[in-house]
Design a protein around this ligand. Structure first.
Ligand SMILES: Cc1ncc(COP(=O)(O)O)c(C=O)c1O
Length: 354
């Protein structure tokens, strides 16, 4: 089977680039003296996680309990859930998971810690805990002192075992690393566990070597596996040639001489990143084209700057602005080598929001 045989829109992944990305970042993070823990939010495919582990990854990271379930069922034994687990249904599932795998969860409040502890103790299981340090304003404790207080609480609670600290994204800005350094120093002074200090981010992976002397033990990377236009914009180390994930779309209309409409809209890519000056997706055959609007099933492309215009019926290859949210919208990702379809992977953990 060839790429040209696939119905569109088709999510495909260039296996040569995927394998190169796995090897490049494994080398980069190993050379920095850190363990690499892939965040599976980007691909959500157990088979790809096994490729990452075979290359040397230490375990995986998930955002949701239901995502973790898919990967544990696929035989993965070391999982960090980098998200506050709040609410009884999730706590019960977490406890069940802790029976089958080595599970560590990030918390940033006494509320979250007490909930995990109560359920784990009732179920006679142990859940690892890392305290999340705020690297922006979405979650995490704000000061080293807050981290120490929460660390002390977790150490005293039943059913949970303090393992250390995490944050996202970590580096390269000095404020973030100073926060970690001050907290690690305070933890050591208090005799609190820092066996696991987990940093993260694909763009910041290139500066990960600076994190080891501070006390970091691992770096979580997600988007590196596929890369996307957002990462190309963020890091001088990442180019369009590193982008493994593409969507094959068909031109379905040419409503004006300069506009081409494709069969991939917000249901294929999401609208994330669109608008403003950002040149959202990249179309390999038409690098000058810009996506100007997406409805659910229509992607509207301004082709005015293209010397040759896309024709109705033509298939184009789109590198998405954001790979992770795009992959989450598709049932399968087709692994290709050159023009040949080599494998079709179900995206088993897509849509797992709980
Ligand atoms: C907690 C956490 N860790 C790691 C990552 C991976 O980041 P990146 O995709 O930049 O590698 C993410 C991405 O959103 C994240 O939320």
């Amino acid at each position: 089977m060839r790429i040209s045989d696939l119905d569109t829109p088709a999510l495909i992944c260039d296996l040569d680039i995927l394998e190169r990305n796995i090897a490049t970042y494994q080398q980069l993070i190993s050379d920095a003296g850190l363990a690499l823990r892939p965040h599976i939010k980007t691909h959500k495919v157990p088979a790809i996680a096994h490729m990452q582990l075979a290359a040397g990854a230490s375990g995986i990271c998930c955002q949701k309990v239901t995502e973790a379930e898919v990967f544990v069922a696929a035989g993965i034994k070391d999982v960090l859930i980098s998200y506050n687990i709040i609410g009884q249904p999730k706590l019960e599932r977490l406890s069940r998971l802790a029976r089958q795998a080595d599970v560590t969860v990030a918390v940033d409040s006494a509320y979250a810690a007490r909930g995990i502890s109560a359920q784990a103790a009732a179920d006679s299981v142990e859940v690892g805990v890392v305290i999340e340090l705020a690297m922006g304003n979405r979650s995490g404790v704000a000061t080293p002192q807050d981290a120490v207080e929460l660390g002390r609480l977790v150490t005293a609670l039943p059913g949970v075992r303090l393992r250390g600290l995490m944050g996202y994204p970590t580096g390269p800005d000095p404020e973030c690393l100073d926060f970690f350094e001050a907290t690690i120093t305070a933890y050591r002074a208090e005799g609190l566990c820092v066996e696991m200090v987990s940093g993260g981010g694909t763009a910041t992976a290139w500066q990960a070597a600076a994190q080891k002397p501070i006390g970091f033990t691992e770096h979580r990377v997600g988007t590196y596996i596929y890369h996307d236009c957002m990462q190309v914009q963020r890091s001088p180390h990442i180019t369009l040639d590193d982008c493994a994930l593409r969507v094959i779309c068909t031109v379905v209309s040419r409503p004006t001489p300069d506009i081409a409409t494709i069969d991939g809209g917000s249901k294929t890519f999401t609208n994330e990143g669109l608008g403003g000056e950002a040149k959202a997706h990249h179309i390999i055959e038409y690098p000058e084209a810009r996506t100007i609007k997406q409805n659910e099933e229509h992607g509207v492309i301004d082709a005015s700057a293209c010397p040759r215009k896309p024709e109705i019926g033509e298939r184009i290859t789109v590198i998405p602005y954001h790979a992770c949210v795009t992959a989450n919208l598709h049932d399968t990702v087709v692994g290709v080598r050159g023009d040949t379809v080599e494998v079709i992977w179900p995206i088993l953990a897509r849509g797992r929001v709980h």
